[in-house]
Design a protein around this ligand. Sequence first.
Ligand SMILES: Nc1ncnc2c1ncn2[C@@H]1O[C@H](COP(=O)(O)OP(=O)(O)OP(=O)(O)O)[C@@H](O)[C@H]1O
Ligand SMILES: [Mg+2]
Length: 342
Amino acid sequence: MKILKDAAGIILFIVLSILFFLYIMPFIGETIMIVINIINAGFNKLSEHPILVIGIIIIAASVYIAVFIESKAVMETSAGSVVSKTEPIQIKDQKAFERLIGLKKAKEEVRNFFEIINTYMAEPEVAKQYELKPPKGLLLYGPPGNGKTSFARACASYYGFAFISIKGSELIAGDGAVGIPQQRIKDLFAAARTRKPCIIFFDEIDSIAQVRSGRSINSPSDILLDALLNEIDGFDPLRGVFIIAATNRMDILDPALIRPGRLEKHIEIGNPNFGERIAIIKAHIGQKPVKDDIDYHLLSELTKGKSGAFLEACVNQANISAFKERRKINQADLSKSIEDFA
Ligand SMILES: Nc1ncnc2c1ncn2[C@@H]1O[C@H](COP(=O)(O)OP(=O)(O)OP(=O)(O)O)[C@@H](O)[C@H]1O
Ligand SMILES: [Mg+2]
């Protein structure tokens, strides 16, 4: 009855119950007789004892508030973040990866996974013969702004999967009442199972999957990680649920999470190289009006060591400058925005 631990519910329940029993105590014997009479004579006699009726209503209402309303609140906190962030099965979008340059290894791993799943669905006997076991998930790690989140989203669009995205910090957010984070993890996987094929994307997984302290069995993040490991162990990837996790801090993750058999594929998503920077700038320019004076090689030189997000922001700012004067984006716009952001 963990729900009854909720302070407001318990206090209300106890106060109302005490008040009622204080009221009936002096004539408890008489009350019992009245109840027996009512039962014997039928419930139409209830109207002759309004105080008793009011007492019963008060107790029923306080039990309702304590148990049902509070339990509903708990359910909503635990499941709300999961369900509200679920995107329905997507219509396959062949262009989903078009603007996402590089990430070759990650794209290849996901393709392998989907090939196995497709084989399992179309030719289960072949899948059985080879005892195919796709990896359960993929861990993307690397500096911020290089497409980890965009990649996870693009996978769902490209392969037409449902997408559940959750940040580690959202799983531990809120009142931290006992059992809620574990319930959120359970809800998350339950939601994925009902929406399969589905990708569960754990963004910023480091906030819930740091090396376990081992100091206290009650540490909320340790308990949460245990629940996550349990769920990962308990699901069969052949059923069409795939996990993608992202972090900027691979170094602090608990080895249990990233060992073979769990999130066993680790792919570094670093800052783009020379050629990739050119391709990212071009991808974000897309079909925007652009002058032919642009020196992509120079822009790539100027942005060495910068992230994809940086390049996108530069193109965006140059585009706004050009738009304000209703002209094409030119080299000066781009050089200036690189200077401004650097
Ligand atoms: N390789 C890339 N190709 C095209 N665009 C990119 C690339 N990398 C990043 N971007 C752009 O940068 C923006 C930020 O990317 P995203 O949020 O996916 O990065 P991230 O790796 O998840 O960052 P963080 O670690 O901070 O969460 C996106 O809008 C995306 O379009
Ligand atoms: Mg991200």
